[in-house]
Design a protein around this ligand. Structure first.
Ligand code: PMP
Length: 425
């Protein structure tokens, strides 16, 4: 267990140093077996990483190795395999904590962002909020950062307020500050938008919220896979993330929370592992973070996530970000030459997520025809109905890139877009 990945990038960087140009990105791409396949007889161009990321061989092999050689449940068994499984699971927590610059005992491992936000909603907000209180959200949130709050608002009588956007798709910060009124108890905001790519100034936002006694929840799903994230520096109260978008397996993720919150919050889900002692007279819960981890976790998944963290750390997140920014600049430049193409989200510093529409072509038709060219993009509402309603469109196409994409793919994608647009006539 925890052997070095047989395939993976060589450590190349100091934190903050941009030496992305010195990385052999073709070799990095070769670490991703799926990217070698063809789709409809064409080389696959995978531009749907905001939906889920592809996995390097190191991650696939770590999961495979766990099931072949170490599989056992965590914590319950004293036998060798049991302690190996527990050690691997806890080592994943430590690696992820170090990667995010937080304490391991403040990191609750769970199935992903959706679970993490629901945990905050049900364990922190539900017992605290009351009629007259308000929850502050933004127009660009994913449904996972809207619907749990609506459920809590319904049950507590709290109201929901929404921060609107500028025409480029950035948060209207004046409005945000104006809406931080005394009745607001909680602010939930995306670090990076999954539709617009907008990167929100979460550090400043959390600082302002904290000054006003507002608890902050940051949805980091689209940030952690694509840029260096230092949760401590952000200064939020809760930070949610998902493993499958950061080269890890599906069904993995985490909630980071300040320890004082975790200690004060009641458990969300009850069962084994989250208790110290159970009797019919009452139950003593386990310490944090285990109090929030009832049942058998996705052990193999977290072994894979640990390998993903190793992989990304070796690559260097500053390099990942620089590579993706170069690909984004290329894509935006090509798209700017495309007649009748509208991009949704042009805020400075945005991530490599490009939502667009082509005049006269339906988003689903474009995506379907692009698929026949081997290009995988997403079309639809991207789990962000309120955002698309604000733009007044029923659907968009979304091309989302990752460091394993190439400049050649950007060119092929744009050529394929020209081709399918002609077909749609
Ligand atoms: N928030 C954002 C911004 C997302 O992009 C996603 C995934 N599309 C989620 C939340 C939900 O993540 P998961 O489905 O992994 O729980």
């Amino acid at each position: 267990m925890n052997e070095s990945p047989s395939i993976g990038p060589t450590p190349v960087t100091q934190p903050g140093a941009d030496v992305s140009h010195s990385i052999d990105w073709d070799r990095i791409r070769a670490d991703f077996p799926l990217l070698r396949r063809q789709v409809h007889g064409k080389p696959l161009i995978y531009f749907d990483s905001a939906n889920t990321g592809q996995k390097p061989a190191a991650v696939i092999e770590a999961v495979d190795d766990f099931y072949r050689r170490h599989n056992a449940n965590v914590s319950r068994a004293v036998h060798q395999l049991g302690s190996e499984a527990t050690e691997s699971y806890e080592s994943a927590r430590k690696k992820l904590a170090r990667f995010l610059n937080v304490r391991a005992d403040e990191l609750v491992l769970c199935s992903g962002t959706t679970f993490a936000i629901n945990l905050v909603a049900y364990s922190w907000a539900l017992p605290r909020l009351k009629p007259g209180d308000a929850i502050l959200l933004t127009r660009m949130e994913h449904h996972a950062n809207i619907v749990p709050w609506q459920l809590i608002a319904e049950r507590t009588g709290a109201s929901i307020k929404v921060v609107e956007l500028t025409p480029e798709g950035a948060l209207d910060l004046d409005m945000l500050h104006a809406l931080m009124t005394p009745e607001v108890k909680l602010l939930a905001v995306a670090h990076v938008s999954n539709v617009l790519g907008t990167a929100n100034p979460v550090r400043e936002i959390c600082r302002e919220a904290r000054r006003r006694g507002i608890v902050t929840v940051v949805d980091g799903s689209q940030a952690v896979p694509h840029r260096p994230v230092d949760i401590k520096a952000i200064g939020c109260d809760f930070y949610a993330l998902t493993g499958h978008k950061m080269c890890g397996p599906t069904g993995t993720g985490a909630l980071w929370a300040r320890k004082e919150h975790l200690v004060a919050m009641p458990p969300f889900i009850g069962g084994g592992e989250m208790i110290k002692e159970v009797s019919f007279d009452g139950t003593v819960y386990n310490d944090v973070p285990y109090k929030f981890e009832a049942g058998t976790p996705n052990i193999a998944g977290f072994v894979g996530l640990a390998a993903a963290v190793d992989y990304l750390e070796a690559l260097g997140m500053a390099n990942v970000e620089a590579r993706e920014q170069a690909l984004l600049a290329h894509l935006m430049e090509e798209l700017s030459k495309f007649d009748g193409l509208r991009v949704f989200g042009t805020a400075p510093g945005k991530a490599a997520v490009v939502s667009f529409l082509v005049e006269g072509a339906h988003a689903h038709d474009l995506a379907t025809l692009l698929d026949l060219e081997g290009v995988a993009i997403r079309s639809g509402q991207h789990c962000a109905h309120p955002l698309l309603q604000w733009f007044g469109v029923a659907a968009t196409c979304r091309a989302s890139l990752a460091f394993y994409n190439t400049h050649e793919e950007v060119e092929h994608f744009v050529a394929a877009l020209h081709k399918v647009r002609k077909l749609l006539g």
